[in-house]
Design a protein around this ligand. Structure first.
Ligand SMILES: Cc1cc2nc3c(=O)[nH]c(=O)nc-3n(C[C@H](O)[C@H](O)[C@H](O)COP(=O)(O)OP(=O)(O)OC[C@H]3O[C@@H](n4cnc5c(N)ncnc54)[C@H](O)[C@@H]3O)c2cc1C
Length: 282
């Protein structure tokens, strides 16, 4: 992008507010340093605490979802050989679950451990935790889970934030994208995927539809059904992963046989992975 226009990307630029001028067909953005910048459209891709969303809809701060995540990476050479596999692995149990998968060409293992808890301190939504706290949150879980925790470089605690779905995310020449408009619990692993899909469809709409406000409306219309469904089904998957039926071995075996049968998995994931950003109707 910088090859096309050296000024196209400005880092360390915090958007404070914007104003639209319908007659002139422009949007002006004020940055934290007081400077004003004008363009034909504003896309608020500024995450779950979006300032653009706040100005558009005034719907206050995101709230704590009741789940926190332990996150960390592990150099794979530290792990027992049987844990170093090129697949994602999901451990499920009452009120919590763990997922781990290789990163960076298999050099690192990513660890995410989700815990339902109200113990979260609201003022900080991400902070460093300790290995002891993380082990304690998975007390009684399989030794493999504890091996992973033991070798995490730095265990971080993340509060998972939630917001009710928006019925619209476009006004005139301003639209939202990604977590700014449809933050989700990460239980279908689709938050970043949705942001990338939004970007592709938005690009198509701006290229194919006459007029910026019309293009933004068509982008929203093309995306809102799918993203709302993903947010809803992610929450539903949390109930599945954390189900009380998983508390004892017998109940767990029957529950896993049913919920992770080939048919049930196809029902849950086929529609997700068959979506085509380049074919969706605008
Ligand atoms: C524990 C956990 C596990 C996850 N696992 C997955 C997964 O497996 N797969 C997946 O697809 N997704 C996953 N996600 C979700 C994914 O991380 C998010 O959905 C994704 O990062 C959203 O991208 P975004 O660009 O919309 O927002 P962000 O990544 O939050 O980026 C927003 C950017 O805007 C900037 N910004 C904020 N305010 C302003 C402002 N006022 N002015 C200018 N810039 C601003 C921020 O600095 C940031 O750079 C997970 C999330 C969590 C918490």
């Amino acid at each position: 992008m910088r090859a096309l226009s050296p000024e196209a990307i400005r880092l360390d630029s915090k958007c404070e507010r914007f104003e639209q001028d319908g007659a002139a067909g422009t949007v002006r953005v004020q940055l934290a340093d007081g400077s004003m910048h004008e363009g034909r459209a504003l896309i608020g891709a500024d995450g779950v605490h979006s300032a653009v969303r706040r100005q558009l809809f005034g719907d206050g701060a995101a709230s704590y979802s009741g789940c926190m995540a332990w996150r960390g990476v592990i150099p794979v050479e530290k792990l027992p050989a049987h844990l170093v596999r090129p697949v994602g692995t999901n451990w499920v149990g009452p009120g919590r679950h763990v997922i781990h998968y290789p990163l960076r060409g298999g050099k690192l293992m990513n660890f995410v451990g989700i815990v339902e808890t109200q113990r979260w301190m609201a003022e900080s939504w991400t902070q460093r935790g300790t290995h002891e706290e993380c082990h304690a949150d998975f007390e009684g879980w399989h030794d493999d889970v504890h091996s992973l925790i033991a070798y995490i470089d730095v265990p971080y605690r993340w509060a998972l934030m939630a917001r009710p779905p928006l019925p619209h995310w476009t006004q005139g020449r301003v639209a939202l994208l990604g977590d700014a408009c449809h933050p989700t619990l990460p239980f279908l692993a689709q938050g970043a995927v949705m942001a990338i899909e939004d970007g592709f469809v938005l690009g198509r709409a701006l290229a194919e539809v006459e007029g910026v406000p019309q293009a933004l409306q068509r982008y929203e219309a093309a995306r809102i059904g799918r993203t709302s469904e993903i947010v809803r089904k992610s929450t539903e998957n949390g109930r599945r992963f954390h189900n009380p039926a998983l508390a004892d071995a017998e109940g767990a075996a029957a529950y896993v046989d049913r919920e992770w049968s080939r048919e049930r998995i196809a029902e849950r994931y086929e529609w997700l992975f068959r979506y085509r950003v380049d074919e969706v109707d605008l």
